[in-house]
Design a binder for this molecule. Structure first.
Ligand code: SF4
Ligand code: SF4
Length: 474
C-alpha cells in the first residue's frame, strides 16, 4: 500500500516533544460499550483487590506476599521458604500463561486487567474528569493563571489523589505484612510501629507520584511486559488495530462531506476527525499501526464507532483484529507457536499438581552441627550432635512432637527439659539434639540414619541424617 501523503511516522515516543520535554496528555473522556464493559471489569477487580487480603481460607490469608518473612499465600495455599520450588513453578506458569495470552490477544491484559491501567483510567482519571472536566476544560485550566478557581481545583484534586494513594498503600501493606498485622497496627498508636509507618508513607508517595504525574510513562518506559510486546506479537496476534485497508482505500483519508460517495472516489472511511487520537491516554495515533505505547484500552474503538455511526458507515474501522485479518480477512486460529505454549503450560501445570499432591504439611530438617565430628562415650557409645528444625505449614498446633530412630537401636536426646515439644500454627520449632549409637551398630565412618517424626504417636514426617563414627570400624 502506498503511504498516504498526510501520514506521520515517529522515531520518538508520543509523549516526548521535539525539545525532549514531556507532552502532557489530556485524553478525552471515553464513552461507549467497551468503556462500559471495562468499567464493570475494573470495579469487580478493584473490589477483589481490596477484599482479597481480608479473606481467609483455613485460617490462611487468601493472597499474601510477605517478602520479608518469605511467606506467600496464593489462593489461600501457603508457600514456605521450603516450598520455594513450588512458588517458582507457579510463577513460571503465570509467565507462560501471560505469554500465551499475549501471543494470541496482544495487550488485552494491559487494557482490561492491569492494576496500573485500572487505577489510572478508572480511579484517578475519573476523579480528574469530575474535578477538572473533560479534555478541553483540562487544557484550558492548565493554561489558566493561578486564580481562585485553579487553586481550588488543584488543591482538591491533589488532596483526593493523596487520600486514595494512602488507601492503596494500606492495601498494598496488607498484601505484604498480612491484614491481621495491618489492622492491629491501625488500632495501635502510630509511634509504636514506626518501622511500618515509614514504608507506608513511602508507598503513598510512590503511588501519588505514579498516578498524579508519571502516569502513562509507566506503561511506555517502565513496564517490562510492555517492552516485550515487540517479540511476543506477530501478524496473527489480535490487537486493537485500525483497518487501514478500509480506512485509506486507494486515495487515503479525507474529511467528511455530505452526499459524497467516498468509496466511488477511492477515499477510505477514515474522515480524519482525530477523535481516536484525542481519546488515547498514551497520546498516539493508532492509524500509524501497532505501537509500543498502545495499552489496548479500547477507547479509540468506542470513539471511532461513534463517528462511524454518526456518518452512517459500519462500525469497526478500529477494532480487535490481527494484521492478517485486516490484510486477508483470515479468521483467528491457533498458531504452531500458541500450540507450543499450550503444551508447555499443560506440562508445567501437571508438574505443579504432582508436587502439590506430594507436599507435606510438616517438614523436618536435621543437620549436623557445623565443625563437630563424633564423641566417644562410656560403654562404646558414639554420640553425634545435630540441630533440628520442624516447620508446621498448617494453621493447627502440632503437639507432643518427638523423634525416633527407624530400624535400629540407639537413643535421641533433645537438649531440653522435655522429650517432646510443640510446633505453633505456621511456626517453626528449632533445637539441638544428640543421637547416641552403640559402636557395634555402626557400619563405617559414615552411616545414613532414618529418623521418624511423631506427633502423639502418629508418624508425621521422615527425614535422614549422616551419622559419623570412628574410621577404624569401616
Ligand atoms: S476516529 Fe475513526 S474516523 Fe476519526 S480519525 Fe480516527 S480512525 Fe479516522
Ligand atoms: S491506541 Fe487506542 S487502544 Fe491503544 S492506548 Fe490509544 S486509545 Fe487505547
Amino acid at each position: 500500500m502506498e503511504t498516504p501523503p498526510n501520514e506521520v511516522f515517529r522515531d520518538s515516543i508520543g509523549t516526548i516533544n521535539e525539545e525532549g520535554k514531556r507532552n502532557w496528555i489530556y485524553p478525552k473522556k471515553p464513552s461507549g460499550p467497551y468503556y462500559e464493559k471495562r468499567k464493570i471489569v475494573s470495579y469487580v477487580l478493584l473490589a477483589f483487590l481490596f477484599v482479597a487480603p481480608f479473606i481467609k481460607i483455613n485460617g490462611n490469608q487468601f493472597l499474601l506476599f510477605n517478602v520479608l518473612e518469605r511467606r506467600f499465600n496464593i489462593f489461600g495455599f501457603p508457600f514456605w521458604p521450603q516450598d520455594f520450588h513450588l512458588f517458582v513453578i507457579s510463577m513460571i506458569i503465570g509467565v507462560v500463561f501471560i505469554t500465551l495470552f499475549t501471543v494470541g490477544f496482544g495487550r488485552v491484559f494491559c487494557g482490561w486487567i492491569c492494576p496500573q491501567t485500572i487505577f489510572m483510567e478508572m480511579v484517578f482519571r475519573r476523579i480528574e474528569y469530575w474535578i477538572d472536566g473533560d479534555r478541553n476544560k483540562q487544557r484550558r485550566l492548565a493554561r489558566q493563571k493561578w486564580d481562585a478557581e485553579k487553586i481550588r481545583k488543584r488543591l482538591s484534586k491533589w488532596f483526593i489523589f493523596l487520600a486514595v494513594s494512602f488507601l492503596i498503600a494500606n492495601i498494598f501493606l496488607a498484601y505484604l505484612i498480612g491484614s491481621d498485622k495491618l489492622l492491629r497496627y491501625i488500632t495501635d498508636s502510630p509511634s509504636e510501629h514506626i518501622g511500618t509507618l515509614i514504608p507506608l508513607v513511602i508507598f503513598t508517595g510512590v503511588f501519588y507520584f505514579v498516578f498524579a504525574w508519571f502516569r502513562e510513562q509507566v506503561c511506555i518506559i517502565a513496564c517490562p511486559y510492555g517492552r516485550l510486546q515487540g517479540v511476543l506479537l506477530d501478524n496473527k496476534s489480535i490487537v486493537v488495530a485500525y483497518d487501514h485497508k478500509r480506512g485509506e482505500r486507494e486515495n487515503g483519508r479525507k474529511k467528511f462531506r455530505k452526499n459524497e460517495d467516498r468509496k466511488a472516489l477511492g477515499y477510505g472511511d477514515c474522515i480524519d476527525c482525530l477523535q481516536c487520537v484525542h481519546v488515547c491516554p498514551t497520546g498516539i495515533d493508532i492509524r500509524n499501526g501497532t505501537q509500543l505505547e498502545c495499552v489496548n484500552c479500547t477507547a479509540c474503538i468506542d470513539e471511532c464507532d461513534h463517528i462511524m455511526e454518526s456518518i452512517n458507515l459500519p462500525k469497526g474501522l478500529i477494532r480487535y483484529a490481527s494484521e492478517e485479518n485486516i490484510e486477508k480477512k483470515a479468521p483467528f486460529k491457533l498458531t504452531a507457536r500458541m500450540k507450543g505454549y499450550i503444551a508447555v503450560l499443560v506440562i508445567l501445570i501437571g508438574v505443579l499438581a504432582g508436587m502439590l499432591a506430594l507436599r507435606n504439611d510438616v517438614e523436618a530438617r536435621i543437620l549436623r552441627l557445623p565443625g563437630q565430628l563424633y564423641e566417644r562415650k562410656d560403654n562404646n557409645v558414639i554420640s553425634n550432635v545435630f540441630t533440628y528444625k520442624v516447620v508446621n505449614k498448617t494453621t493447627d498446633t502440632i503437639e507432643d512432637v518427638s523423634f525416633k530412630l527407624r530400624g535400629m537401636g540407639g537413643e535421641i536426646k533433645l537438649v531440653s527439659i522435655s522429650d517432646t515439644f510443640i510446633v505453633e500454627p505456621q511456626g517453626i520449632a528449632e533445637g539441638t539434639m544428640f543421637i547416641e549409637l552403640k559402636q557395634s551398630d555402626l557400619s563405617g565412618d559414615k552411616n545414613k540414619l532414618r529418623i521418624d517424626v511423631y506427633s502423639n504417636d502418629e508418624l508425621i514426617e521422615t527425614t535422614t541424617v549422616n551419622f559419623l563414627g570412628p574410621r577404624s570400624y569401616n
